[in-house]
Design a protein around this ligand. Structure first.
Ligand code: HEM
Length: 453
């Protein structure tokens, strides 16, 4: 019989006879490192074939990590209340967002911050961002005109500018540029450490720290400005935090802002770029998107665009197919735990294996095929479709991303003269910290206004 959780105090949970962690590969620390950096998704797929939909990855001195891609197990292990389980927040972001940031918090502290951050990321406040998305894309396209650059860089600039707008409201142009530049420099150093100007790992950390301090000083100035702002109708995040009751400390505000600025653009940029690449590969799908948009007329309201069923299905399929975030945050089992004949010692890390769920042929027949129809034919259950993760740690920016993605896609795909080069079939996503993104070989250009090449 299945024991949902051990009724004994964690440390005294008896280990049932024969119960062990689910089976899985045993790698040395070096093999684990190589697997994680060079062939992560293919390796996970091979392990799932060899060991089944719940397998354990043992590597060097790291705690055992259990990858779960069985929907029933996802429901049982992640969707039920797991507030007491810590999360092994991604190591990439720790030097930038700090150890007290949302992905590293647990229990009441985690819940309180989620509640605090929710209003500016939901409902009317998100829907009011339609004109900002449009304005940002217009500026970016003006800058692109007559030039060619990696598609992912264009996507990043769009999503980064939007999250800066969500965080601070409409800033004077120079100030917004300054903030965006600092964040781009931080991301470049995190993901392309070769860009650092020498000094080895310590030098890299020092450079990142210097930039983080500049962003924090920037946030501090904006907090002061928000507290003194006579405008009671401001809807940005910093005003919400700085004038809330009870107000968080300046240090806490800086931490929350940093978390959302970093987590809130990379992912959406990769999803947008992947969706554009798929539309380039599938002219039939692209035409259908255009026809649906044409049906709304020239001045369609953002609220109407984001509700278009086929466009929504294309975005959902891009999130499924592109595996932008291939795994959720690792949950750390606080005390020994028995479930379904398995025994998980304290410290075991459980991971929702999002990529593997999305590639299950029983849930998504012919999973490698890009097919938005899947999302029109049936309503997909939460344990079958989880691009934003699940349970108490589900992405707090999901509503914003699901608003921004179709709007940006609709605008870009219908821009006359916008051209992708290097969009060959079979392009593989590349690892970029905890996200998967498209390679820089995929380029975008925009014809000059006078039509010359
Ligand atoms: C297409 C875009 C996005 C995707 C695919 C995505 C995906 C995810 C996933 C899979 C997680 C982990 C959830 C889990 O472990 O169950 C997550 C967490 C998180 N995301 Fe997103 N995300 C996106 C956009 C955003 C945006 C726009 C923001 C901010 C405005 C954001 C902020 C965060 C934060 C702060 C967490 C940590 C949540 C916690 O620890 O409670 N994300 N996201």
């Amino acid at each position: 019989m299945t024991t949902p959780s051990c009724p004994e105090p964690a440390s005294r949970c008896p280990r049932p006879r024969g119960a062990t962690l689910p089976d899985g590969p045993r790698l040395t620390a070096a093999e684990l490192h190589r697997m994680e950096n060079e062939r992560q998704l293919a390796a996970w797929e091979a392990y799932a074939r060899a060991y089944g939909s719940i397998f354990t990855l043992y590597g060097g001195d790291a705690p055992p990590r259990v990858y779960v891609s069985d929907p029933a197990a996802i429901r049982r292990l992640f969707i039920s209340d797991r507030t007491a389980w810590g999360a092994r927040g991604t190591r990439y972001f720790r030097p930038v967002i700090g150890a007290q940031a949302l992905p590293y918090l647990t229990g009441d502290a985690h819940r309180a911050i989620r509640l605090l951050l929710a209003p500016p990321l939901h409902g009317d406040r998100v829907r009011a961002l339609g004109p900002a998305v449009d304005e940002i894309i217009t500026t970016e396209l003006d800058e692109l005109r007559g030039h060619r650059r990696p598609l992912i860089k264009l996507a990043h600039d769009i999503t980064l500018r939007l999250i800066v707008r969500v965080a601070f409201g409409a800033l004077p142009h120079q100030r917004e540029q300054h903030c965006v530049r600092l964040l781009i420099d931080i991301m470049d150093l995190m993901y392309e450490p070769a860009a650092a100007s020498g000094g080895g790992p310590d030098g890299l950390l020092r450079q990142i720290d210097g930039l983080v301090q500049q962003v924090q000083a920037f946030v501090g100035q904006e907090v002061t400005a928000a507290r003194g702002s006579p405008d009671q109708h401001r809807r940005d995040l910093i005003h919400h935090l700085a004038t809330g009751e009870p107000a968080p400390t300046d240090e806490q505000i800086r931490g929350h802002l940093m978390t959302l600025l970093i987590a809130g653009h990379d992912t959406t940029a990769s999803a947008l770029a992947w969706a554009l690449y798929q539309l380039e590969l599938h002219p039939g799908i692209r035409r259908r998107v255009h026809t649906e948009l044409d049906g709304l007329g020239a001045d369609a309201a953002p609220a109407a665009i984001v509700k278009l069923p086929y466009l929504k299905a294309v975005c959902a399929e891009a999130l499924r197919h592109g595996s932008v975030v291939p795994a959720g945050l690792a949950r750390v089992v606080p005390g020994a735990f028995e479930w379904n004949g398995h025994f998980f010692p304290a410290g075991t890390e459980l991971v929702p294996a999002i990529h593997l769920v999305h590639r299950r042929p029983d849930l998504y027949p012919d999973p490698e095929r890009f097919d938005p129809e899947r999302f029109l034919r049936r309503k997909v259950s939460g344990s079958h479709y989880l691009p934003f993760g699940t349970g108490t740690r589900r992405c707090p920016g999901a509503e914003l991303a699901e608003f921004e993605l179709p709007l940006a896609l609709a605008r870009l795909t219908r821009t006359p003269g916008l051209l992708l080069t290097g969009a060959a079939p079979g392009l593989r996503t590349v690892k970029n910290g905890p996200t998967m993104t498209i390679p820089h070989s995929l380029l975008v250009s925009l014809a000059p206004q006078d039509g010359r090449p």
